[in-house]
Design a protein around this ligand. Structure first.
Ligand code: TYD
Length: 155
């Protein structure tokens, strides 16, 4: 059982969001191998990824003008890649907001835990690929912005 589950199931302890800031997130160049036949980019555990990848998922066929995300994670770390097309990621630590444009398949946005994030401005046909540090646990999510702020303000 991951720590967040133990804490959330506990009657005594409150879930604690890490005191992370939007400035803790960075764009990592996974680099690319260029050949005459086209480009190749590799994401491999232990080689430039700041965590071990346990899950990969991707968002696609996102209708124009649609907003995705709208949540924070207690523990999960992610690398967000535009495998095709482009979109924006809005990061929010309760104090600062930062909009990052993701538009190259070799560039990955590393998102640390404890931040509110939204994704918008999806180009037609874009694919948002996410490398994640853990399996899917709904209890690791905060999906309400006011609840997120109350956790962050208690830091
Ligand atoms: P959700 O987290 O709501 O999407 P967003 O990235 O926009 O916040 O996920 C959309 C749906 O997919 C929701 O029903 C939960 C489901 N889902 C899984 O079953 N497993 C997963 O790993 C993820 C990321 C989502």
């Amino acid at each position: 059982m991951i720590i967040s589950e133990i804490l959330k199931n506990s009657k005594i302890l409150k879930m604690i969001l890490p005191a992370t800031k939007v400035f803790d997130c960075s764009v990592i160049d996974l680099s690319k191998v260029h050949t005459q036949q086209g480009n190749t980019t590799v994401a491999e555990n232990g080689k430039g990824i700041p965590f071990d990848v346990k899950r990969v998922y991707y968002l696609y066929d996102v209708p124009g003008g649609e907003l995705r995300g709208g949540h924070a994670h207690f523990e999960l770390e992610q690398m967000i890649v535009a495998a095709s097309g482009s979109f924006d990621v809005i990061l929010d630590d309760g104090k600062f907001r930062k909009r990052v444009s993701i538009n190259r398949p070799n560039l990955a946005l590393h998102v640390v835990p404890g931040l509110w994030r939204e994704l918008d401005n999806f180009s037609s046909g874009s694919i948002c690929m996410v490398l994640a540090s853990n399996q899917y646990y709904e209890k690791d999510y905060i999906r309400n912005y006011d609840e997120f702020l109350s956790h962050k303000n208690n830091e």
